[in-house]
Each structure stands twice: as C-alpha cells, then as structure tokens.
Design a protein around this ligand. Structure first.
Ligand SMILES: NC(=O)c1ccc[n+]([C@@H]2O[C@H](COP(=O)([O-])OP(=O)(O)OC[C@H]3O[C@@H](n4cnc5c(N)ncnc54)[C@H](OP(=O)(O)O)[C@@H]3O)[C@@H](O)[C@H]2O)c1
Length: 255
C-alpha cells in the first residue's frame, strides 16, 4: 500500500485537546487535513481550538456510549469525512495493588479508558472507515506495552492489551483499504506525566512519527527510547524487565 495522502482527509483524535493528541492535530492541520479533537474537558478543548486555527472540537467521554453516539451523529451532521481514527485518549494511575479495592478501581479506570473505549470506538467507526477509498486506525500504546512498570499496573495492562488488539485488527484488515498503525511513545512531556521527573521527549516528536508512519505506510512506530527497549526485550529481556520495573516511578514513591 502506498503512503496516505493527508491533505483533505478527516481525522478524529480522541484526547486531542492536549499533549501528543494536540501536537498531532496541529501537524495534521498544517498538512491540510480536517481534524476533530475530542475529550472530557470542554474548557481545555476550547483553549486548544483558540490556539489552533481550524481545529474542530467536541466534548465526548469515550467511555460513555451515549456520548459516542452523539459524537457519531455530530460527525454525520457536520459532513465530517472520517478517514483516520486516532485512539489516543488514556489515563494512568500509579497505585499499590496491595491496598485492595481502591487500587482495583484505579486499574479498572485505566483499562476502561485505555483499552475498552478504543475497542468500542474502533468497532463503532470501522464500517465507516471501510467505506472510504483509503483510511487508517492509529492506536497510541506505550513502551509499557512491551514491558510493564510496577507502579502503573492498570496502564501497563491497558497498553499491552491495546497492542495485542491492534495487531489482531491489522491481521484482519489485510487486503482492505484500512491500514492499522501502532505508535509506542517513550516518556513524553505532556500533562499525563507532569509529576514525573525524568528526561522526556517533546510531544511534537511523537506527533511527527505518527504523520510519518501514515505518509510512508509504516505499521509499527517505536519512538526514541522505545526502540531501545524493544531491542533490550529481544536480546536481554531479564535485564530490560528489571530496569523497567522501577521506571519511571519507583514503587516506594507511590503513596
Ligand atoms: N506522555 C507520555 O509519557 C506517554 C508515553 C507513552 C504513551 N503515551 C500515550 O500517549 C497518549 C496521549 O497522552 P499524552 O501523554 O498526550 O497525555 P495527555 O495530554 O494527558 O492526553 C490524554 C488525553 O486523553 C483525554 N482523555 C482522558 N480520558 C478521556 C475520556 N474518558 N474520554 C475522552 N478523552 C479522554 C484527556 O482529555 P480530558 O481530560 O479532557 O478528557 C487528554 O486530552 C496516551 O494514549 C498515552 O498513554 C504517553
């Protein structure tokens, strides 16, 4: 399959009002795409739209089926040509599983937003995407999809699950006009990890890698240190697992 032409295409980005999603939205707008960003926080979306001319926004909690129905109706009413779905929204709670039910609820929320919602959204919009001349589903996973960190069990589970789902989706859609792209960012400078003190990649780097993958027809995008981790998991998985287990938040710091 040749690379995708982004000018004139319609892209829906979940969690597109901040971080990697917003950086991606801006890059796509500059390419001439039509971009709709959704999220739960209307004020944050409105601010993003003010700073990004042309950005379309819609409040939608992707875990709420009625809100997703309303989003689908909005796309139809606005004549939005859905060519690319970017499953980007996620949350990540650091928690101690030994604390019982409260920790289990945190894990559940991570999995609901980071795995169940993208599966539902993809199911909802795939028939539309399959009707387009060329289309894509992009899933933003994480380096933690390759190997979990102890401090964020729900997040790691959601990302590993989303990676497996994305790979199966790609296999099932071979031979159709819908390409399936997975992006595995390393630690990136966004509100999600605002409290983590460590070297972080600029969100624009990750956004650039996503655009590059669509334009050059790449299926799996390892960005920055994720590439190193993937190599480590191949050649010395025991060492890689030990290093990552404490990264980026030592378990002792979670309280
Ligand atoms: N930053 C990193 O170090 C890093 C590393 C690897 C992977 N990633 C992945 O990159 C993606 C983007 O995250 P980010 O780093 O850019 O952080 P971010 O700025 O916090 O972006 C996450 C977005 O998801 C939205 N969101 C959360 N729950 C939602 C829900 N129920 N419905 C709709 N939108 C929801 C948030 O908006 P609202 O709060 O307004 O809903 C927010 O805009 C995520 O999948 C994350 O796992 C990030």
């Amino acid at each position: 399959m040749a690379g995708m032409r982004l000018a004139g295409s319609g892209v829906l980005i979940t969690g597109g009002g901040s971080g990697i999603g917003l950086a991606l939205a801006r890059l796509l707008l500059a390419r001439g795409a039509r971009v709709l960003a959704c999220g739960r926080d209307g004020a944050r979306l409105a601010e993003a739209a003010r700073d990004s001319p042309g950005l379309e926004i819609r409040v939608c909690d992707v875990t709420d089926p009625a809100a997703v129905d309303a989003l689908a109706a909005h796309l139809a009413a606005a004549g939005f040509p859905l060519d690319v779905l970017v499953n980007n929204a996620a949350v990540g709670h650091a928690c101690l599983l030994a604390e019982g039910e409260a920790a289990a609820r945190a894990v559940e929320e991570d999995v609901l937003i980071g795995l169940v919602a993208p599966v539902r959204l993809t199911g909802r919009f795939l028939p539309l995407l399959l009707g387009r001349p060329e289309a894509a589903v992009v899933c933003v996973t994480s380096a933690f999809a390759l190997c979990p960190a102890a401090a964020v069990p729900g997040y790691a589970a959601a990302k590993a699950g989303l990676r497996a789902y994305t790979q199966a989706l790609r296999l099932q859609l071979r031979g159709t006009a819908v390409r399936v792209v997975e992006v595995l960012p390393p630690l990136t400078d966004t509100p999600l990890v605002g409290k983590v003190r460590a070297r972080k990649l600029a969100p624009e780097r990750v956004a650039g890698a996503i655009v590059d993958a669509l334009e050059r027809d790449r299926e799996e995008v390892l960005v920055g240190q994720s590439r190193l981790l993937a190599l480590g998991m191949r050649v010395a998985p025991g060492i890689a697992r030990r290093i990552l287990a404490r990264y980026p938040i030592p378990l002792a710091a979670v309280k």
